[in-house]
Design a protein around this ligand. Structure first.
Ligand code: SAH
Length: 416
């Protein structure tokens, strides 16, 4: 049975219509994808999760259409602003094709793990689609997609070659998903052509020729930090002959690259037992590369802040890629100080001629403020240093508006 709240079943007369504040009108017109609840001053009726909401301007002209989300402060996630458009199956297909076309020439057969849809910045608010070998992982961050999952599944099966589609749910919508009919669960397999016995096993995929495992059913994000691919590649070129510390290593991605690039040793440091075990397996998966086979690999399961404060060992290249230190906007100031402290700790552990690769994945800390915090830590060390690179979003993770910019990495070399 079709969900009665989906747009297809609602006649134009009962279509959910909104009017919004003048300030919000300007923001929506400029292409921003979020309409907050407090910007709405008129609604013709109560809206259901996931139905289409049409926004009209002060002159009663169509302004935009988006997904209604009664349970989120982001009440409407804009799908389209400008001239009126009909959001039907053909529209969704065209939107999907745009995202696929954007990635068409980015990767060769040596990279089979990448992002196909990156949320708002690809025109798919609150939805991510990752490709790992022959598996697709669909992750949703708003309950507004739940009533549309069958529609999306059909669309994906018809347009993206794959053997399996896995559903991932962000933590904040898991309870809502379990109370719906049909029940939806994080890690659920929506579709599979694979043998039953293979369903729970991690996927092995390629990134720049290296083999990595991804736990697509349970792992963080969708199983791997695909967004750091370019930085891992960069670290590979910097690692020759160096003793490398990979702090907040997760499954050791940076380390395997560093080893292939000729690192003398790599130490993976993470507080999660799963992460450390996965880092060992990822190292083992790449023994065919002489650099990886020759590299000494050590894993440490510990709190990175405590371990760095207590260990005397020095390193020649340190990657500091912590989880977001500001989960909410209110934590912004504290996060800046925490980044500065963390990087001071890292710099203390760097040997002469050492390289610091410092990252932040917090959307609430703008790139310039993060870079300045790392530079302050470097200046306070009293050592001679130079900055030689900054990197932000890779092309399969575009950031089309300010709030979407989360990833930034700065590279410093300390001569003394
Ligand atoms: N650099 C990784 C991604 C890092 S994600 C990559 O490229 O794949 C952040 C990691 O930090 C997670 O694996 C998490 O387990 C770990 N972590 C979080 N807090 C930590 C702490 N205090 N000490 C050590 N590890 C921590």
């Amino acid at each position: 049975m079709k969900n009665p709240s989906t747009a297809q079943n609602i006649s134009a007369a009962t279509r959910l219509r909104l009017r919004i504040t003048a300030a919000a009108e300007t923001i929506v017109r400029s292409g921003h994808p979020w309409l907050f609840a407090d910007s709405i001053h008129e609604l013709n009726r109560a809206g259901a999760s996931g139905e289409l909401a049409v926004i009209y301007d002060r002159k009663d002209k169509f302004l935009a259409v988006g997904l209604f989300d009664p349970d989120s402060p982001i009440r409407v996630r804009i799908l389209h602003a400008g001239k009126p458009q009909t959001i039907d199956a053909a529209w969704w297909q065209a939107r999907l094709e745009q995202a696929l076309a954007r990635r068409r020439d980015l990767f060769d057969a040596q990279t089979t793990g990448y992002r196909l849809i990156h949320g708002e910045s690809d025109g798919w608010p609150g939805l991510v689609l990752d490709h790992y070998d022959t598996t697709l992982v669909l992750k949703i961050y708003t309950a507004a997609w739940l009533p549309r999952l069958d529609e999306m599944l059909t669309l994906l099966k018809e347009n993206v070659p794959c053997e399996r589609i896995v559903l991932r749910l962000s933590r904040n919508i898991q309870a809502a998903a379990e109370h719906r009919t049909p029940v939806r669960r994080d890690g659920e397999i929506l579709f599979s052509q694979r043998a039953e016995t293979m369903l729970g096993a991690p996927i092995i995929f390629l990134e720049n020729g290296l083999r990595f495992e991804a736990d697509v059913l349970r792992g963080q994000k969708t199983g791997f930090f695909l967004d750091q691919r370019e930085n891992r590649r960069e670290v590979e070129t910097l690692a020759r002959g160096r003793r490398v510390l990979n702090a907040f290593s997760f499954s050791g991605g940076f380390s395997v690259y560093a080893a292939r690039g000729g690192a003398k040793s790599v130490t993976d440091l993470d507080m999660s037992a799963h992460a450390v075990e996965s880092a060992k397996r990822n190292f083992a998966l790449n023994q065919n590369f002489p650099g990886v086979a020759a590299c000494r690999h050590e894993t440490v399961r510990a709190d990175a802040f405590e371990w760095m404060a207590s260990e005397a060992e020095k390193f020649d290249l340190i990657v500091l890629d912590p989880p977001s230190l500001a989960k909410r906007a209110a934590e912004h100031e504290g996060a800046i100080r925490a980044y500065e402290r963390l990087n001071s700790q890292g710099i203390e552990k760097l040997a002469r001629d050492g390289i610091l690769v410092a990252g932040s994945c917090s959307a609430h800390v703008p790139a310039m403020e993060f870079f300045d915090a790392v530079r302050r830590a470097a200046m306070k060390s009293g050592r001679k240093f130079s900055e030689f690179k900054t990197l932000q979003h890779p092309p399969d993770h575009p950031a089309a508006f300010k709030e979407a910019e989360y990833l930034k990495v700065i590279y410093l070399k300390f001569e003394t």
